[in-house]
Design a protein around this ligand. Structure first.
Ligand code: FE2
Ligand code: FE2
Length: 278
């Protein structure tokens, strides 16, 4: 009977992998599957998970096995392999002298997948001389809920920028304080636009808007005010970079574009603030 090796980790329980496996079973119901999950370093995973690499991979394998069995796959074994997908397959083929008829590799979409970036599916096909099917799946743990939580965090950062801006524009002293005030006055309307857009988006996604901004620190020296603004812009830039990935994963292209615009605007802000500091 045919035997297929499935290599998957973050997409091991994705609907895309399930339907690819269903297609294989449709052709030959006797097909046996071995599920191989590389022990990807936890810090490289999209979603934070409790435990070390091995434990997380083991858990992923177990959940995915149950998932695949639900669609009718005969999963005869699961294995946790080397973090490198190529090495994991090599070890598997050497350790168990089972003959495989093909390999199914399941990865995240191009933008988010290290495996695809390294052209792993094609390399694996050439190296092991087995037909490779590449399935692009979505991480099932990336939910709407997480996107909404992230957007709420961004919203509060924008509100903090507004609060800070009002305070700093009034509190700044001397030449630097004056320059900072002029810059903040120019930028604050765009921050308000950002905040309103994000709040609307949270509601459109079916989420609840949670307004919990931190109160700006009480500072006197204009240098310190400037540094606070620089730190704030850096933080929101890194948030938007993350959010763009999440929105892409979630499949909301419109949101990706809006977030990219906002990221560009925050980058301008950061550059102008940094120029003041020189
Ligand atoms: Fe902003
Ligand atoms: Fe900004």
């Amino acid at each position: 009977m045919p035997r297929i090796l499935i290599l998957a980790n973050q997409t091991a329980s994705s609907p895309e992998l399930s339907s690819a496996i269903r297609e294989i079973i449709k052709k030959d119901a006797a097909t046996e599957f071995v599920l191989l999950v590389p022990a990807t370093p936890v810090e490289d995973l999209l979603d934070w998970q409790d435990g070390d690499n091995q434990a997380v991979a083991k858990r992923t394998a177990q959940t995915a096995k149950e998932h695949l069995e639900e669609v009718g796959a005969n999963v005869i074994r699961t294995e946790v392999g080397d973090p490198s997908p190529v090495k994991a397959i090599e070890d598997e083929l050497q350790r168990h002298e089972q003959k495989y008829d093909g390999i199914v590799i399941s990865t995240l979409p191009l933008q988010r997948s290290r495996w695809v970036a390294l052209d792993q599916p094609r390399r694996i096909e050439r190296r092991f001389k087995l037909p490779v099917t590449h399935v692009v799946g979505h991480s099932v743990t990336m939910t709407r809920e997480e996107l909404i939580n992230g957007l709420n965090e961004d919203l509060n950062l924008e509100l903090e920028t507004l609060l800070r801006g009002v305070y700093h524009a009034a509190a700044g002293r001397g030449m630097l304080g004056h320059e900072l005030r002029e810059l903040l006055k120019k930028e604050l309307p765009s921050e308000l636009d950002h905040a309103m857009f994000i709040a609307d988006k949270i509601v459109a996604l079916g989420g609840a808007v949670r307004i919990r901004p931190a109160v700006p620190a009480e500072l006197a020296a204009s240098r310190d005010l400037l540094q606070e603004n620089i730190a704030g812009e850096r933080k929101i830039i890194s948030n938007y970079a993350k959010r763009i990935d999440q929105a892409a994963e979630f499949g909301d292209k419109g949101l990706v574009i809006r977030l990219e615009d906002m990221l560009a605007s925050e980058t301008d802000h950061l550059e102008q603030l940094e120029r003041l500091g020189r």
